[in-house]
Design a protein around this ligand. Sequence first.
Ligand code: PGA
Length: 250
Amino acid sequence: MRKKIIIGNWKMNNTLSESISFIQALKKNLENILQVDIAVCPSYISLNSVKEELSSSNIKVGAQNVYFEDKGAYTGEISAEMLKDIDIDYCIIGHSERRQYFKETDYDVNKKLIKLLEYEITPVVCVGENISQRESNTHFSIVKEQIVQALNNINSKHISSIVIAYEPIWAIGTGITATAEQAEEMCNYIRNVVSSLYNKEIADSIRIQYGGSVNSNNAREILMMPNIDGALVGGASLKEEFIDIVNSAI
Ligand code: PGA
């Protein structure tokens, strides 16, 4: 039985003081929920303070990005070792905004994934097609390629400690959610791709989230689907609505 996992991706929102006051409200409302894994991903500036505020809490903390080199002359970048040093639990990689605006490639995603596993930080690997790819019916092959590349050279023993987030680009921040059936169809497909790369038992152990305009109204229907193990939430994770979304996963 896979445990559901709800992650809030705050993107480039919330100053340090806003992050702390918001997390205090979340903490009060979510402290008794142990049936669902919960995490928030603040900006780098707030990571350490949010982590301290949540020490001994059931709410975990993730980063929104990492660089794959260990250290050195990479101005502006943050290493996995730095994240581990402040006990960061998760790290989003391959988000479509990073692929689109910062030219992150499948090759980068694979190298970041390897580095996060080395530091025992759970990678949250985002994949998903854009609208023209869906309309031209190439969405399955696009997502398959992203998965195959991301998992290149990853040993089967690590697969269960990876989270995949299926995020159709046309649904991110648009208010247009994939239907629960569309989301389930792709999450099931992703599981089959993992099964063909490894085996069914391993594929059954990996958690696959859906992301893209998840809110308190649509979360329950999406999270009821058999191959959807959670949600990666953007806009709605900045509001107290996030509490309702977590509760929908119970
Ligand atoms: P959204 O973002 O919920 O605002 O659509 C999801 C994401 O980008 O992870």
